[in-house]
Design a binder for this molecule. Structure first.
Ligand SMILES: Cc1ncc(COP(=O)(O)O)c(C=O)c1O
Length: 372
């Protein structure tokens, strides 16, 4: 099997799994218990928290463990509106993940005004447009750090500055950026930031919300996570996430450099061997592992199925909406010519090898030659 859909999810790392196993077996104490086996687990949880904070250069105290990236996103938005009960306007973009878009849709139905910023053909934002949309009623700007479909990286530091100059809270969904590009939360100076474990070789079911301010209204009330997120901690998964963050710190993003080289090699070989290829997104400013690539006249879902029949897995958009037979909202926002150029998304991971990429290219060439 050749797995090239790492933006959907990633394989669990062996070291991560091994770090987790004791907490699925013998170390089952509740971190809130005050006796020894609870305390020991609590210490391990806090060590994991330190490792997460080290990767993102922030204080451990500002890290809240959640169940997933979607929960972190929703918690961030709900916190912003609850801290600002008199402000009813939010700015976001047309290319956010469903967990943001759907929450905004719900708030719109509840009487909030939501501005969904446009992007250009390459998926880029216009910060002058953003500034124009700010009103005294704006309580939150939420812009993703990296897009899941086309890989675009957005200028979060600049946007956070614009937000703060106008006394507005800033949230960023960094789920697709974490582990792929360096994130320095102190430098970005955002108020809230979301991360998900299963995009960085940890099992599904663990996320992080970074919150700068002491003032925070939880989504789930309870005493855990310093009263900011109720629910007994998902200890093994927290330990796994801590391990993965520690490994990324130790590797110092060398793996991502390799992924970028492999992705660039793949795109150039494809362009050399196949005519009428189009790559979506901001090509010089993308996550290093992502390629949204289209072949004129070839429908992406058919191509995906043909690749699947040869045991190669790519996607035709984000995994979250590919079950719905709807054109991707991200590509639609980029004014994509989907009739002629419907893209597959190829997303590499830390286990992707050159041999796999060569096999993928060879298979792709043969499928496209047959079809054309
Ligand atoms: C950009 C982005 N945000 C949020 C999420 C949601 O993360 P989770 O699956 O952990 O809820 C995803 C998952 O695909 C994503 O790509």
């Amino acid at each position: 099997m050749i797995y090239l859909d790492n933006n959907a999810t990633t394989k669990v790392d062996e070291e991560v799994l091994n770090a987790m196993l004791p907490y699925l077996k013998e170390e089952y104490g509740n971190p809130s218990s005050t006796y020894t086996i609870g305390k020991k687990v609590k210490e391990a949880v806090n060590e994991a928290r330190d490792n997460v904070a080290r990767l993102f250069n922030c204080k451990s105290d500002n890290i809240i463990f959640t169940s997933c990236g979607s929960e972190s996103n929703v918690a961030a938005i709900m916190n912003a509106i609850r801290l600002n009960p008199n402000k009813k306007h939010i700015i976001t973009t047309k290319v956010e993940h469903a967990s943001i878009i759907e929450t905004m849709g719900y708030l719109e139905r509840k009487g909030y005004e939501i501005t969904f910023l446009d992007v250009d053909d390459k998926g880029r934002l216009d910060l002058e447009e953003l500034k124009k949309e700010i009103t005294p009623d704006t309580c939150l700007i939420s812009v993703m750090m990296a897009n899941n479909e086309i890989g675009n990286i957005y200028p979060i530091k600049e946007i956070a500055k614009i937000a703060h100059d106008n006394n507005i809270l800033m949230h960023t969904d960094a789920v697709q950026a974490a582990g792929k590009i360096k994130i320095d939360i102190n430098d970005l100076n955002v108020d809230m930031l979301s991360i998900s474990g299963h995009k960085i070789n940890v099992p599904k079911g663990i996320g992080v919300l970074y919150v700068k301010d002491k003032r925070f209204v939880p989504l789930i009330f309870g005493h855990q996570e310093k009263n900011r997120r109720g629910g007994t901690e998902n200890v093994p998964y927290i330990i796994g996430l801590g391990k993965s963050c520690e490994m990324i710190v130790n590797d110092n993003y060398k793996k991502t450099l390799e992924e970028k080289e492999l992705r660039d090699y793949m795109e150039s070989e494809i362009k050399k061997n196949i005519s009428d290829v189009f790559i979506y997104g901001d090509l010089d400013n993308r996550t290093p592992n992502t390629s949204s690539i289209a072949f004129k006249g070839i429908q992406a879902d058919e191509l995906m199925n043909e690749l699947e029949s040869r045991n190669i897995f790519v996607s035709t958009g984000s995994a979250c909406n590919s079950e719905l037979a709807m054109p991707s909202h991200v590509l639609t926002a980029c004014h994509a010519d989907l009739e002629n150029y419907s893209p597959i998304r190829v997303s590499l991971g830390k286990y992707t090898t050159k041999e796999e990429i060569d096999m993928f290219i060879k298979t792709l060439i043969s499928i496209i030659n047959d079809r054309r």
